[in-house]
Design a protein around this ligand. Structure first.
Ligand code: GAL
Length: 681
């Protein structure tokens, strides 16, 4: 993709705010960045007023002056649209552009992201500023790409303004055409909620115990996602009119209530992510529980990013302590942690890493959100670490463009993600299973991908996975069942957990025998089900010679059709009822497991299905290290990341080349606390 993600190099960048510093500092800052190996700056995402200081008056000289210097210095620039922070003149004159809380109280000027996507005025003014930015700046030779807005759906991903209610009605009319169809989909016969006029419909408002009709809330979440996507597309369409060949459009994520996959497909060349693993060390949230994954949990987010763009960028990579003046305080990364977090991003597919931010801001809410440099700007340990990282990336550049390897997939889809947000039965099992699967896969050194199921997903996209877990496929459609079936018939192994197949796309429960549309594929019938009672004690499952604990829920299973009972519950009144059924379909197998996953059961599934620790013949490493492999053609690059602050020993069972040093490496290797190793196998 032009200057970054070109498949040849790993590139470093930083976030710079010319508007925060005296112009005298610009030239020296740019030179010091280049000296440290930083080749790209991202600018302007919060600087609307620098170009439109008063309504309709445009002036370009501020950024032109900066871009002149960037061009002179040889610095590349990612330019942003500034819509995340509307100017004071705008919100004062047009309060309808403001977002509101659920009670209708407006969020006022003073922070950021206080606008709503659906205000016609905001759409017009955003269109105009995007057009002005792009038509004036996009031709500049130093610009290599564009970021839309900043962190779409961050801070606030629910919207309750008047414009949102109006746009929600339009969304619903397009979707349902008639009120009868809407009333049916939302089950409004329940509690006398029937709508007789479109004007009676609003975005969710305050209701008793915040228990608004769930089918309405599910559609509302889809509506928010649509609104955000439309806003991004509006900007992307404008920028593309002016884009130089080779330049890209991206935005930085990932945030909730947004179909990031669809947004990327329709508006971006690739997604970038903002990675802040130091959140794990926030003073008010820090936990030193044994086995806590802490900063390693960010690998879960990076796996999400990879599911959108297998090779991606990090637009903001943590480089200092965090803290707003109001919250989120955390320590400075220890020596080595910046490198560790950078390599964590690269291990998952980032070929561009840009540090947030060059210098710590001396004013405003983020005075404690440290960048590479402290307020004084003196050389410090962290800029030393950036220089060292730059040396490492130069030495390992051949791995650019390689793709993360995984044989296990965890299937997800937005309908179920959003249903699990609003439905506590669904959410309870979903959250527990996702957490347990991720942790078990991480600790057992079993790389995995998230695989998003859309109505357009082809079974061919799934075939590279030996095993797919779809932990709780609560909402299922005929189309999705057909894709899963084709995957299984072609030789794949599918595992679904409890509470699968009981809802339709409106989130209404089906009247079929459960698991509904998944009955046939899994060869399973569920005559009875229950939460595991809090006083039931330990409910166990016996699978062959292995016994393990069920979690949270118990679907009591019976095999149906050709399905075979593989495991049964052994305690409480569930004893003797089926806990796991396996059905053979074509060349593959589909399992229905009647409970949620915990770390014990997840490990047993990985073992029994023969997908645990696929690099066991390449490396022995303690649980505290993450193992990842990126591959390109016949070349494979092994990442070993030590998240422990203490030294650990790993053993390479094959000879390889240490990419940082170019030296051959094999056998026992000691890694310092936070040390990383990248080995070409
Ligand atoms: C990100 C945001 C940045 C900055 C940073 C630290 O979410 O994009 O602008 O706010 O967090 O708070």
């Amino acid at each position: 993709m032009g200057a970054i993600l070109d498949g040849n190099r790993l590139v470093l960048g930083t976030c710079y705010y010319p508007e925060h510093w005296s112009k005298e500092l610009w030239r020296e800052d740019l030179q010091r960045m280049l000296d440290a190996g930083i080749e790209v700056v991202r600018i302007a995402e919060f600087a609307w007023s620098k170009v439109e200081p008063t309504e309709g008056n445009f002036t370009y000289s501020f950024f032109d002056e900066f871009l002149d210097l960037a061009e002179e210095a040889g610095m590349k620039v990612i330019f942003c649209t500034p819509t995340a922070t509307p100017p004071a003149w705008l919100t004062e004159k047009y309060p309808e552009v403001l977002n509101a809380d659920i009670n209708g109280t407006l969020y006022r000027h003073g922070a950021r992201r206080h606008y709503n996507y659906n205000s016609p005025v905001y759409q017009e003014l955003s269109k105009r500023i995007t057009e002005k930015f792009a038509s004036h700046y996009a031709k500049r030779p130093c610009i290599i790409g564009w970021q839309l807005d900043n962190e779409i759906n961050c801070e606030m991903n629910v919207f309750y303004s008047e414009s949102d209610s109006k746009a929600f009605r339009v969304f619903l009319k397009e979707k349902y055409e008639t009120l009868d169809a809407l009333n049916e989909a939302w089950g409004t016969a329940f509690w006398n909620q029937t709508y007789t006029d479109w004007e009676e419909i609003h975005v969710p408002r305050k209701t008793y115990s915040d228990s608004t009709n769930p089918h309405e809330v599910l559609d509302y979440t889809r509506f928010i996602s649509d609104s955000a996507r439309r806003f991004a597309k509006m900007q992307s369409d404008i920028i593309r009119k002016y884009l130089k060949p080779g330049d890209f459009v991206t935005t930085n994520g990932l945030f909730g209530n947004l179909d990031n996959h669809q947004m990327t497909k329709e508006s971006l060349d690739f997604i970038t992510y903002d990675s802040y693993p130091n959140f794990a060390y926030c003073l008010d949230a820090y936990s030193d529980e044994p086995g806590e994954l802490k900063d390693r949990k960010w690998s879960r987010n990076l796996a999400e990013v990879r599911s959108i763009s297998p090779v991606f960028g990090i637009m903001e990579q943590q480089s200092g302590a965090n803290g707003w003046n109001t919250r989120m305080e955390a320590p400075t990364p220890r020596p080595g942690q910046m490198t560790l977090w950078t390599m964590q991003s690269i291990a998952h597919g980032a070929d561009y890493v840009s540090y947030f931010r060059w210098r710590t801001c001396t004013m405003g809410t983020e005075i404690y959100w440290h960048g590479i440099l402290d307020y004084s700007s003196r050389d410090n340990r962290r800029i030393g670490e950036v220089k060292d990282i730059h040396g490492k990336l130069a030495a390992m550049k051949e791995m650019a463009g390689s793709i993360y390897e995984a044989k296990v997939g965890i299937v997800k889809d937005y309908d179920n993600i959003w249903d699990a947000q609003l439905d506590v039965w669904h959410g309870r099992v979903e959250n527990a299973s996702q957490k347990a699967l991720f942790k078990t896969l991480q600790l057992s050194h079993t790389p995995f991908d998230y695989v998003y199921l859309k109505d357009t997903t082809d079974a061919d996209e799934l075939k590279k996975y030996q095993v797919l877990f779809y932990p709780h496929a609560t909402i299922i459609t005929k189309e999705r069942e057909a894709v899963l079936r084709a995957y299984v018939e072609a030789g794949g192994t599918l595992v679904v957990g409890c509470r699968s197949g009981y809802k339709n796309m409106s989130g209404r429960c089906v009247m079929d025998n459960l698991p509904g549309l998944l009955s046939d594929l899994t060869g399973t019938d569920i005559p009875e089900y229950s939460f595991i009672a809090p006083d039931a004690g330990k409910v166990t499952v016996k699978w062959g010679d292995t016994e393990f604990e069920a979690s949270i829920f118990a679907d009591l299973l019976e095999p149906a059709g050709e399905g075979k009972l593989e495991a049964s519950y052994t305690s409480d009144y569930y004893a003797g009822s089926g806990a796991l059924v396996c059905n053979t379909a074509g060349k593959g197998k589909a399992y229905y497991y009647g409970s949620a996953f915990n770390e014990e059961s997840a490990r047993i599934f990985l073992e029994k299905l023969n997908v645990i620790s696929p690099y066991g013949d390449v490396i022995h490493a303690p649980e505290g290290c993450e193992i990842a492999v990126r591959a390109k053609g016949d070349d494979r690059y092994l990442f070993v990341l030590n998240y422990d602050k203490n030294p650990v020993e790993v053993e390479l069972l094959q000879k390889g080349t240490d990419l940082y040093t170019g030296q051959e490496v094999s056998g026992k290797v000691e890694l310092e606390g936070y040390q990383t190793l990248v080995v070409k196998l």
